[in-house]
Design a protein around this ligand. Structure first.
Ligand SMILES: [Mn+2]
Length: 427
C-alpha cells in the first residue's frame, strides 16, 4: 500500500462519529421516500471508474505547461500514483494505458498492477503525434492520410495496442484521431471519411473476439476547420459500419457548448451503441476541467439516463467509465480523487430518483413535477453514502485530507526529479 495504514486509521477515527450520525440522518430521510440507504451504498460500493495513466501527470495548454512536484517519470510511477487514488477512494480499480507513452514489458506492467491491486481498462492508441524514428508523419492525418503507407502505419500501431492490451488483460481499444483539416477545400470530406472507414475496418478485423472497439468523437482541435470524427452522428455511422463490437465513446468535453449530451447518451443506449465515457467538465470547450467542477447537474442528468437503462435492463448496456481530464493547476492525485467521487455522487443521486413518480409525471405531461422529481434527487446530499462505502471498503472518509496528511507528494518529490522546461503540451 502506498499510504501508511496508520494515517488512514487516524483520519477515519477523527471523522467516524460525525459520519455515523450523518449516515443515520440521511438513512431516515431516504426511508421516508421508500429508499433503503444500504441498497444505494451497496451499488456505490460496486462502482468503479478507470483512471487514465496520463491523468496523473500535470497537464498544460498549447501555451505552456507548468510542471508539478514529484511528477511520475514513467508508467510504473504513474501506476503508483493511481494506486494512491484507489487506496484512498476505493473507486478507481483500473488504469487505462496510452501507447506509446506507457510502453513497457507487458509482464512488468502486469506484475506492477497486480502488486498495487489495480487492473487495466481500455488501451488508447496515439496517432495524433509523431514518435521518434517513425517512418511516416501524421502531420496531415493518420488513419485518413492520403498516403496509404501512412494509413498502414497508423493501423499497425493500433494493432500493436491490441497486442499489448491482450498481454495485460485489457479487453477494449479506444481510438481517437486528430485527423481533419485547417482550410476549406483542404480535404475531400467524403474521400477522407472513406479512408477512415477502411482503416478502422482493418483494425476491427483484427479485434479479438472478447474485445470491444470504442471510437471517440471530438468537435475540433487539433484540426480547426473540420474534424473527421467530429460528433456522435459520425461516430454512430462508424460503429454501424464496423459491426457489433464497435461502440461510440462519449467524452463529455468533446461537444459544442449547450449540446444536450444526456440525450445523445439516451440515443446511443437505445440503439446499443454506447461504448463508454470519458468524464470531465468544461466551461468553453474540450476536456480540460475536473469532472463535476462546472456543471454537476449535467453529470447527474447523464447518470440519470444510465441508471434508467440499468433499471430497465436495457439490451447490450455495459458502458465503460473513465476519467479524462487535464490538471494544470492542481495536484493531479487530488483532482482525480475528487473527480472519481463526483462521478460516484452523480451515480448515487441518480439511484435515488423516484422513477415510478417520474414515469407518471411524464405520462401526465406534468413538466413541473417531472423536473422537481429529478431535482429532489440532485439536491440530496449523498456524501454520507459515498463516505460510508469508502470506509467499509477499506478506504478513507475524507481522501483529500488523508492524502495531504500522508505527505505522499513530498515523499515522491524527493525521488522523482523536477521536470524543467516551459514547453506547451496537452496530456
Ligand atoms: Mn477523451
Amino acid at each position: 500500500m502506498m499510504i501508511d495504514n496508520s494515517v488512514i486509521a487516524q483520519e477515519n477515527e477523527a471523522a467516524l462519529t460525525a459520519l455515523n450520525r450523518d449516515y443515520a440522518t440521511l438513512g431516515e430521510q431516504l426511508d421516508r421516500r421508500g429508499i433503503a440507504i444500504d441498497d444505494i451504498k451497496a451499488k456505490v460500493s460496486g462502482y468503479g471508474v478507470a483512471i487514465p495513466s496520463w491523468g496523473v501527470g500535470t497537464g498544460g495548454t498549447r501555451f505552456a505547461r507548468f510542471p508539478g512536484r514529484g511528477e511520475p517519470r514513467h508508467i510504473f510511477d504513474k501506476l503508483e500514483d493511481c494506486a494512491v487514488i484507489h487506496q484512498l477512494t476505493r473507486a478507481t480499480p483500473s488504469v487505462s494505458l496510452h501507447i506509446p507513452w506507457d510502453k513497457a514489458d507487458p509482464s512488468d506492467l502486469k506484475a506492477s498492477a497486480l502488486s498495487l491491486g489495480l487492473g487495466f481498462d481500455a488501451m488508447n492508441s496515439n496517432t495524433f503525434q509523431d514518435q521518434p524514428g517513425q517512418a511516416h508523419s501524421y502531420k496531415y492525418g493518420s488513419l485518413t492520410h492520403t498516403n496509404a503507407a501512412t494509413r498502414q502505419q497508423a493501423i499497425d500501431h493500433n494493432l500493436e495496442c491490441i497486442e499489448i492490451g491482450t498481454a495485460i488483460g485489457s479487453t477494449a481499444l479506444t481510438v481517437w484521431v486528430g485527423d481533419g483539416s485547417n482550410f476549406p477545400g483542404q480535404t475531400h470530406f467524403v474521400r477522407q471519411f472513406e479512408r477512415y472507414l477502411d482503416s478502422a475496418k482493418a483494425i476491427y478485423a483484427e479485434l479479438p473476439e472478447n474485445w470491444r472497439l470504442f471510437t471517440e468523437h471530438k468537435i475540433f482541435e487539433p484540426a480547426f476547420y473540420s474534424t473527421v470524427v467530429q460528433d456522435w452522428g459520425t461516430n454512430y455511422l462508424i460503429a454501424q459500419e464496423l459491426g457489433d463490437r464497435a461502440f461510440c465513446l462519449v467524452d463529455l468535453g468533446h461537444h459544442a457548448p449547450n449540446v444536450n449530451i444526456e440525450m445523445i447518451v439516451a440515443r446511443l443506449i437505445q440503439f446499443q451503441k454506447l461504448g463508454g465515457f470519458h468524464f470531465n467538465d468544461s466551461k468553453y470547450g474540450d476536456d480540460d476541467l475536473d469532472t463535476g467542477s462546472i456543471d454537476p447537474y449535467r453529470l447527474f442528468l447523464v447518470f440519470n439516463e444510465l441508471v434508467d437503462a440499468e433499471t430497465r435492463s436495457a439490451e447490450g448496456f455495459a458502458p465503460a467509465h473513465m476519467l479524462d481530464q487535464s490538471h494544470n493547476v492542481t495536484d493531479p492525485i487530488e483532482s482525480l480523487m475528487v473527480s472519481a467521487m463526483e462521478v460516484q455522487r452523480a451515480y448515487a443521486q441518480a439511484l435515488i430518483v423516484d422513477r415510478s413518480a417520474l414515469h407518471d409525471f411524464q405520462q401526465d405531461n406534468d413538466a413541473l413535477m417531472a423536473s422537481a422529481t429529478l431535482k429532489q434527487a440532485f439536491r440530496t446530499d449523498v456524501e454520507p453514502i459515498l463516505a460510508m462505502a469508502r470506509l467499509e471498503n477499506g478506504g478513507v472518509i475524507d481522501p483529500v485530507s488523508a492524502y495531504r496528511a500522508s505527505g505522499y507528494r513530498n515523499k515522491v518529490a524527493e525521488i522523482r526529479p523536477a521536470v524543467t522546461g516551459a514547453g506547451g503540451g496537452i496530456v
